[in-house]
Design a binder for this molecule. Structure first.
Ligand SMILES: Cc1ncc(COP(=O)(O)O)c(C=O)c1O
Length: 425
């Protein structure tokens, strides 16, 4: 262990580099065994913690519902009919988009299908969809579903590649590729891909390029507009702290917004909001990502997300990333010297990763190890079976002391000779 493996060092770092931890509800430690009352939470890459003001924001809309009922669509303090627009500026700021390029709606995989309904247009000799070999399963299912929907054989249509092999594949076979769809940050390894570089390589080959930003939104700075990304989707329950099942986000580049003839799975929420309730038989096109909205938005979910996005945009993604680099770098410095049956599989270069560090448990049971970290030490990281444990210090609320607790808990458990025999748990 190195000299940073010292509780006083961690506490001093927290005093020097604070965050608004008080703005979040930190889960209590699960048992009386841990010396600390709060969980050291590292699963913000799966479900971010609850902002302290989320309940009040939801309560306000419940009160509007109680007090105004249907009138709330137009007369509430924040009229529900225009509620999604309240989140637009902050979502755009966090993703480097023009306001009209962003809409908050649905959840990620639904948005992915809506985007592919427009942007996956297989032609006779250009049908392929490129994804990563370690793509999140839902993305793999979605692209296979799209291939089938178009009457194509998914096995012959979907090409799964290591992310590093994508540019070379596009240079050689790009003329056969209709869509490149990659995760901006890989959910398993935490690797941050070269989003502008791969987007440019896809465009050079004539492909549409879309991104799944589930692990990137609110984690790293993005410049989706400047990078000429065609479309992107993300969820809001991870680093954006919007709550379980929070409405996700969708980006469509300005270059695609003026074309009413683009095919889409339309619905009345995609018509011009100024005439939506005139019940016109034809849809009135709007030159914004709103055009991809389909149906009535979930106001209670949007309410919690609204205050969370506002807090994050208020801090700013640049400041968040700067603290994230320091925090994750500190955790890495503590985990690096760990011995035993574990290896760090996240890229070492800070520019090639976000907040998350993933360790592969090579000689033991990852799920059993994660369970011990939780039950014995109140350190909550998550497992991606079969053998990866993910630690994500989220810069909005995670502390250096959390990192110190994770590393000391791991060191303790890895030094126990029963790790390879989880039945002794
Ligand atoms: C990388 C990635 N893509 C897609 C999804 C699926 O998101 P949703 O359930 O909101 O469709 C997740 C969920 O965790 C994810 O991590």
């Amino acid at each position: 262990m190195n000299e940073n493996m010292n509780e006083r060092f961690a506490l001093a770092a927290d005093a020097a580099d604070p965050c608004d931890r008080a703005g979040f509800l930190i889960p209590p430690a699960p048992s009386g065994q841990a010396p600390y009352p709060e969980t050291a939470y590292f699963a913000g890459n799966s479900l971010g913690l609850q902002p302290r003001n989320a309940a009040e924001a939801v309560r306000a809309e419940l009160d509007e519902w109680a007090g105004r009922a249907v009138e709330g669509w137009f007369t509430a303090e924040r009229p529900w009919a225009r509620y999604p627009g309240l989140l637009r500026a902050d979502a755009a700021a966090l993703t480097g988009a023009l306001p009209e390029e962003v809409v908050v709606m649905n959840s990620l995989t639904i948005n992915l299908h809506l985007m592919m309904a427009t942007f996956y247009r297989p032609a006779v000799d250009r049908t392929r969809i490129v994804i990563e070999d370690t793509a999140f399963p839902s993305d793999a299912y979605a692209v296979a579903g799209q291939a089938s929907w178009h009457g194509l054989d998914p096995a012959a249509t979907v090409v799964r590649l290591a992310a590093g092999d994508v540019p070379a594949y596009l240079a050689e076979h790009g003329h056969r590729v209709a869509l490149v769809l990659l995760g901006g940050i890989n959910y398993l390894t935490g690797e941050l891909l070269d989003i502008p570089g791969i987007t440019a390589a896809g465009h050079a080959a004539g492909c549409v390029v879309g991104w799944d930003l589930a692990h990137a939104a609110g984690n790293v700075p993005l410049r989706l507009h400047d990078w000429n990304v065609d479309f992107a989707v993300w969820c809001s329950y991870k680093y954006l702290n919007g709550g379980p099942g929070a409405p996700g986000g969708c980006f469509v580049h300005r270059a695609h917004l003026d074309d009413p003839s683009l095919p889409r799975l339309a619905g009345w929420w995609g018509t011009d909001e100024r005439v939506r309730f005139e019940m016109r038989p034809e849809l009135d096109h709007v030159a914004s990502a709103d055009a991809w909205q389909v149906s009535t938005p979930p106001i209670l979910g949007l309410a919690a997300l609204r205050v969370s996005l506002a807090a994050m945009a208020g801090t700013g993604i640049t400041a968040l990333r700067a603290r994230s680099l320091r925090l994750t770098g500190y955790l890495e410095s503590l985990l690096g010297p760990l011995s035993g049956p574990v290896e760090l599989i996240t890229p070492a270069a800070p520019a090639r990763r976000g907040a998350q560090l993933s360790i592969r448990v090579t000689g033991g049971d990852a799920a059993a190890l994660a369970e011990r970290l939780h039950l014995r030490h109140a350190v909550l990281a998550d497992v991606r079976r079969p053998d990866v444990i993910r630690f994500a210090p989220a810069p909005m609320y995670s502390t250096y002391h959390d990192c110190w607790r994770a590393a000391t808990a791991l060191a303790t458990e890895l030094n126990r000779d029963d790790l390879l025999h989880p039945s002794t748990l």
